[in-house]
Write a protein that binds this ligand. Structure first.
Ligand code: NAD
Ligand code: MG
Length: 387
């Protein structure tokens, strides 16, 4: 084994980002070594990944899952359980890929940074909910965040020309949004959309939670908060523009009027490979463009009335403190309820709005405060789901 191999921990290995990360690792051959994986379900797949990549450390959610995985894999792997297990695995490589979905990804984000690791971050929910706590560990020597989220990875690359902390030379960030499956629909039409329709994303194939978030534009709202936390740029300077082709992955507009963009066909393996390899670009070519074929790039303003979730995210940014944690927690509960056929599509944003109305200003400086706020917002959202 060559000593220069980059050791990778992939937490959330069986999901959409997880399996695409495995594609990048397969393509890269010897440059990387997968040392740890974790997953919430699909234990047979988790076991198969451990086998294929010869991974020793595996995280699962419960003791029951641990027993089942042991049965599937024999005694070849060391199994850790729950949030504590995720925290341990998040310190076990050079690069930690956080591909867990939702607030459950928090231990990965915090432990990886506290251990001075490179965090390749897909799990936006942890950063949004815990932004002040993440800032506390972000300065740990050796720690860095490389965003996998395609828009933020694009912005990261476009900001390479900006040298100053706080980016005073940046006028605006333009976050692009595909518009999701319901672009162009009116509020009245949206009141009748089905789960099946909401799960049909026009340009990206992703896990169910983010696919629903894309249909409500909450995903873009969360991404505004994510961009603000990642790059230290206040939310009003992060604009959202609908770009149905999903080719321009975002743009940075500088004060002199120059706009820098990153383009590629929509393929998450490109930002994943960027985060694994940086500052070296891996010679893989996911999402390569053919500029000799006809190409059309459209841009339009989002319909903020039909998609109120977007404005709710700006409101959470204005409120500050624990408000983004409330927004994200309430949204998780509402999306889960929608996926379980308990509420209609329109109720998702209504519930998030109603929970945010009840927000009581609170600064976030400790984990206890974060867990309290998260639990309160979830309880309120649950109550509205079942009311
Ligand atoms: P997914 O539902 O396909 O996969 C989620 C993964 O997390 C699975 O492996 C699941 O087993 C695991 N998981 C869930 N709960 C867990 C727990 N408690 N402990 C350990 N593992 C657990 O989701 P996804 O689409 O891959 O998204 C993952 C994250 O990446 C989300 O935060 C999403 O917003 C973000 N993201 C995804 C995409 C995409 O293209 N899929 C793009 C940008 C950002
Ligand atoms: Mg995105």
């Amino acid at each position: 084994m060559s000593p220069s191999r980059t050791r990778v921990a992939l937490l959330g290995a069986t999901g959409s980002i997880g399996t695409q990360t495995l594609d990048v690792l397969r393509e890269a051959g010897d440059a990387f070594e997968l040392v740890s994986i974790a997953g919430g379900q699909r234990l047979a797949e988790l076991g198969a990944i451990a086998k294929e990549f010869n991974v020793r450390n595996v995280g699962v959610v419960s003791d029951r899952d641990a027993e089942e995985l042991k049965r599937l894999t024999g005694s070849d792997v060391d199994i850790v359980v729950g949030a504590k297990g995720l925290s341990e695995l998040a310190t076990s490589g050079d690069v930690i890929v956080n591909a867990v979905v939702g607030f459950a990804g928090l231990p990965v984000t915090l432990s990886a940074l506290a251990a001075g690791k490179r965090l390749a971050l897909a799990n936006k929910e942890s950063l949004i909910a815990a932004a002040p706590l993440v800032q506390q560990v972000r300065d740990t020597p050796g720690a860095s965040i490389l965003p996998i989220d395609s828009e933020h990875c694009a912005i990261y690359q476009c900001l390479a020309g900006s040298t100053n902390v706080g980016h005073p030379d940046v006028r605006m960030i333009h976050l692009t949004a595909s518009g999701g499956p319901f672009r162009g629909k009116t509020k009245e039409q949206l009141a009748r959309v089905s789960k099946l329709e909401a799960l049909q994303h026009p340009t990206w194939s992703m896990g169910p939670k983010i696919t629903i978030d894309s249909s409500t534009l909450m995903n873009k709202g969360l991404e505004v908060l994510e961009a603000s936390a990642l790059f230290g740029i206040e939310a009003p300077r992060v604009d959202v523009v609908v770009h149905p082709q999903s080719i321009v992955h975002s743009m940075v507009e500088y004060v002199d009027g120059a706009v820098i963009a990153q383009l590629s066909l929509p393929d998450m393996r490109l930002p994943i490979a960027y985060c694994l390899g940086a500052p070296v670009r891996l010679d893989q070519g996911w999402g390569r463009m053919d500029f000799h074929a006809s190409l059309r790039l459209d841009f339009e303003a989002p319909d903020r009335e039909a998609f109120p979730a977007l404005e709710l995210a700006y409101e959470a940014a204005r409120l500050g403190g624990a408000a983004p944690a409330w927004l994200s927690a309430a949204n998780e509960i509402a999306v889960e309820a929608f996926l379980n056929d308990q509420i209609s599509w329109s109720r998702i944003a209504e519930i998030v709005a109603a929970v945010l109305e009840l927000y009581v200003a609170c600064e976030l400086s400790t984990m206890d405060e974060l867990f309290d706020n998260d639990a309160t917002a979830r309880r309120l959202a649950h109550g509205m789901v079942t009311a």
